[in-house]
Design a protein around this ligand. Structure first.
Ligand code: MG
Length: 185
């Protein structure tokens, strides 16, 4: 490892795997209609949907195959390979949903399928990311709280629902290399 190697924690949903696109595709497949959300203004998708759709939304994202089938976010897979090749200790730090039955195994399956089997050993599953050591956490959730003071600095993975909440934090988009490629030098 090079001397300036860093411990990088990378969130999965909304940073590597496109949860919203997965919901749109699964909604169309399951209900034969467009998913009932347009503008994304809140972190939790349900908060951008009327209450009468919440049960159907939950049925979509708890179904077998949903998490394993999420499409990768543009540039994410290549970026993680580059960051690892640059000498960083890259870990995928993700919080499974409480209805874990399909989610947990399929999150690992997604990593194996898109990043490769070596990366399964790089997954950290936790319900509280403040317990995980790291130098940087790249995450799309605007406010990450837990029972400890985090050791990492939160870089915000850009999304329409967190733009008003950046609060001076660094903003990352995989396809905008200037936003993260300084980690490669
Ligand atoms: Mg996320």
């Amino acid at each position: 490892m090079k001397r300036n190697s860093r411990l990088l924690l990378i969130d999965q949903d909304g940073v590597l795997a496109d949860f919203d696109a997965g919901v749109r595709a699964a909604w169309q497949a399951r209900y034969a209609e467009d998913a009932p959300f347009a503008e994304r203004r809140h972190f939790y998708l349900r908060d951008d949907m009327a209450p009468q759709h919440h049960a159907r939304l939950q049925a979509v994202y708890t179904a077998a195959g949903f998490f394993a089938g999420l499409p990768p976010i543009d540039g994410a897979v290549a970026a993680l390979h580059e960051l690892l090749a640059a000498g960083h200790d890259v870990r995928i730090c993700t919080s499974p949903i409480n209805d874990y039955r399909n989610c947990v195994g399929e999150k690992l399956q997604w990593v194996e399928q898109h990043l490769g089997s070596d990366w399964v050993a790089r997954v950290v599953l936790t319900k509280d990311k403040t317990w995980v050591r790291g130098d940087v956490l790249i995450d799309d959730k605007p406010h990450i709280s837990g029972s400890l003071t985090p050791m990492w600095t939160h870089w915000l993975y850009d999304a329409p629902y967190n733009r008003d909440d950046a609060q001076g934090r660094r903003r990352v988009v995989w396809t905008e290399r200037d936003s993260w490629a300084d980690l490669l030098v």
